[in-house]
Write a protein that binds this ligand. Structure first.
Ligand SMILES: [Zn+2]
Length: 403
């Protein structure tokens, strides 16, 4: 199928799914690398298994768990009435939830909790949680001994210092299949020329763009978008550690803010941290100062948490234009895309994720996966094995670039 027809179909499907997200016309699309076929429709993720607490814990919205084939993690989401949002009460509720989750399921290695204010709770994109914590089994006793006056002793706990605010921008959960440049036909032509140059010669340092790694290299960049996440990140960290692989994680600023300890864990494990905007918003068409704020606030957050300077940025949905590229470059960021996208966010099944990824695996390529895609975890081990069997090394963008 012609790529533009393909893009049009995706665009139409997007409009059909959510009229509020319809794109202004006309738009031009720059095909990049091999755009992969999308999943047959947008499949919801298979429901995660739940842990039932008996008697039930009031306000517990869900308590789910998942294995990466080696360890099991659980995540409990608890809604707390505004009248109970004192630190002492929040800590006590978190401790009850963690303790009861471990008691109910002996095989859990880690229990993560997110406590939100019940009034105004709106899921992802809504107000940030009031308190979050991550508790490995070996640290359960330490966590249960915590008191409000010594919360700071536990490094995997975050207490929201602010009043919960309404979301400032509508987040997007986009089909991130094809990077789309929006601009004049002439600009589009320039982008296509640049992409082709990168493909043949590798990335041009200082261009502010990263479409392809050095083609003669045996290195393939492994990238995860939409990090961090209270259920998946610890499982992914564990899986990557077992495989001895370092990857680049594109962080959503608001998630990094609410789960700062996972950001530090990623950095300490040697992974590269990159910018995926603060609110996960589509940047094209936003005022320049909003684009700058989305990028700058996320850069500052990551640097404050880890001391790591942020080098790469990826626009949500792969939507970009001249303004987005210019603002990113002014902030010292290189805008990075991908060549290999199995559309894991569509939940096509882990075997499909493996086969799609392998189909386009190549020296200098860039794999796009998601930190929060359920079927990616079981796919990862096979992707790593097959890449190694082909003599390819999965690594971070910076390592691949050699910058
Ligand atoms: Zn994203």
């Amino acid at each position: 199928m012609q790529r533009w027809i393909f893009a049009l179909l995706i665009g139409l499907l997007g409009c059909w799914r959510n009229p509020a997200e319809a794109e202004p016309l006309p738009r031009v699309q720059a095909p990049l690398g091999e755009a992969q076929p999308i999943a047959p429709g947008f499949r919801p993720a298979p429901p995660l298994p739940q842990i039932q607490l008996n008697p039930p814990l009031p306000g517990l919205r869900r308590l789910v768990y998942l294995s990466n084939g080696h360890i099991e993690a659980a995540h409990g989401l608890l809604l707390v009435p505004q009248s109970e949002r004192q630190p002492a009460r929040l800590l006590s509720l978190a401790q009850q939830l963690v303790q009861r989750a471990f008691a109910a399921r002996n095989s859990l290695a880690v229990v993560d909790v997110s406590l939100y204010q019940a009034e105004g709770y709106a899921g992802f994109g809504g107000p940030l949680p009031l308190l979050t914590a991550s508790v490995p089994k070996a640290r359960l006793e330490e966590f249960l001994r915590l008191r409000p006056e010594n919360l700071g002793l536990y490094d995997h706990l975050w207490l929201n210092p602010n009043e919960p605010l309404p979301p400032t921008r509508r987040p997007s959960r986009l089909a991130e299949t094809i990077p789309t440049y929006e601009g004049s036909p002439q600009e589009l032509q320039e982008q296509q020329t640049l992409q082709e140059t990168h493909r043949q010669k590798g990335p041009l340092r200082g261009s502010g763009l990263y479409y392809h790694g050095p083609p003669g290299s045996d290195k393939v960049a492994l990238t995860f978008d939409d990090a961090v996440h209270p259920l998946y990140t610890p499982l992914l960290l564990d899986a990557l550690g077992r495989a001895g692989i370092k990857a680049t994680f594109f962080l959503i600023g608001r998630n990094a803010e609410a789960y700062p300890y996972f950001v530090r864990d990623l950095a300490q494990a040697g992974h590269e941290l990159a910018n995926h905007t603060y609110h996960h918003v589509r940047l094209v068409g936003l005022p320049e100062e909003v684009v700058r704020d989305e990028l700058l606030s996320t850069n500052q957050l990551i640097e404050r948490l880890t001391g790591q300077k942020v080098r790469f940025f990826r626009p949500p949905g792969g939507r970009y234009d001249a303004q987005v590229l210019r603002v990113a470059r002014e902030l010292g960021l290189t805008t990075a895309f991908w060549t290999d996208d199995p559309a894991d966010f569509n939940n096509p099944g882990s075997n499909v994720i493996v086969s799609r990824t392998l189909r386009y695996l190549r020296p200098g390529g860039i794999i796009l996966l998601h930190d929060n895609a359920q079927e990616t975890l079981p796919a990862l081990e096979k992707i790593v094995q097959k890449a190694q069997a082909r003599g390819l090394t999965l690594t971070t963008l910076s390592n691949q670039a050699g910058w």
